[in-house]
Ligand binder design. Sequence first.
Ligand SMILES: Nc1ncnc2c1ncn2[C@@H]1O[C@H](COP(=O)(O)OP(=O)(O)OP(=O)(O)O)[C@@H](O)[C@H]1O
Length: 344
Amino acid sequence: MSGRLGAYRARDGSRGAAVRIDLDGPHAGLVVGKRGYGKSYTLGVLAEELARAEGVAPVVADPMGIFSSLADFGTEVVADPAVAADALAPRAWCDLLGLEPAAPEGALVWQAAAARSSVDGMRTFVADADTKADRATRRAADNHLALAESWGVFAPDGLTPSDLIEPAAGTVLDLSGLDSAPANAVLRAVAGGLYDHCVRGRPTRLPWLLVDEAHAFFASEAGKSPTGSATASRNVAASALRTVLTRGRQPGLSFVGATQRPSALPAVAVSQADLLLAHRLTSRADLDALAAARPTYLGSFEERLPADPGEVLLVDDATESVHAVRIRERETAHGGGSPSATGR
Ligand SMILES: Nc1ncnc2c1ncn2[C@@H]1O[C@H](COP(=O)(O)OP(=O)(O)OP(=O)(O)O)[C@@H](O)[C@H]1O
């Protein structure tokens, strides 16, 4: 089973035979390139092929809110994704809220997360913890949990891994209305949940987790929202995504991330990728990050990077081949692209 990605591009620019990528086995992929050269578009083409193929389901983390047109293929679009509070481990709760587990309020939040399965339950636990914590500590912990509750991404009947892969054409999680911390919380729960689901048994469909703007979730430094504003919490999705990348393929979970900043990803994200789709990329730091993690990307790789939007250099580990490819056109509408004053 395979998906049509586009067509080979000859050196004179002419179009060659169709390029298909394997969708039968699990993969770890990376789509890189400068802003505006087609990363999200390419991710959308991949999502269309996955939505159409049998036995697999795309789960798209959509921080810019540009993949909802996949609904035309029968993909379920979740406009306000929510997950169960206990899908996050106690440690993740502390990271999410920017609390040190060793500090009094961090320890209290940790205990509450270990003891209760909803934010409401955690807040009750904190309020009742009179013998173990003083008032100031309880108030500080409750303030943090009230903030988390206000994000609206935690619900006892939150999305389960089965919900995500039950629709034959998969699911889009619209994270566009969310700041960095809640978007990270959702992705952490989704990535961790899909991984556990695959490890536990035979999933009805093999999930492919597609993450646009992957640097917003991967960077291990303090959280940055996709728009760049800093937050106190850490990117709690990062550790779950690392697990998916390094161990996901074995139980059947694939991952493809798109980013304009490969240098902001951990080296493992580059070194683990068996499929690289490289659009035009000019930043020295980003080219060096690719080359450092994958010495084979040195030299001619850089010279062969394409110049135009919609073109990629496809590096396929399975066949140990590098191809110049023109990505096909989307069948559903593409929601991205930079705003332009021309023609208004
Ligand atoms: N394969 C393609 N065929 C036709 N047009 C394309 C293709 N790829 C990209 N484009 C055009 O390039 C524009 C920019 O693509 P896209 O929004 O995917 O960029 P991006 O690299 O994801 O940018 P950003 O970093 O801003 O998300 C699209 O709106 C589309 O018009």
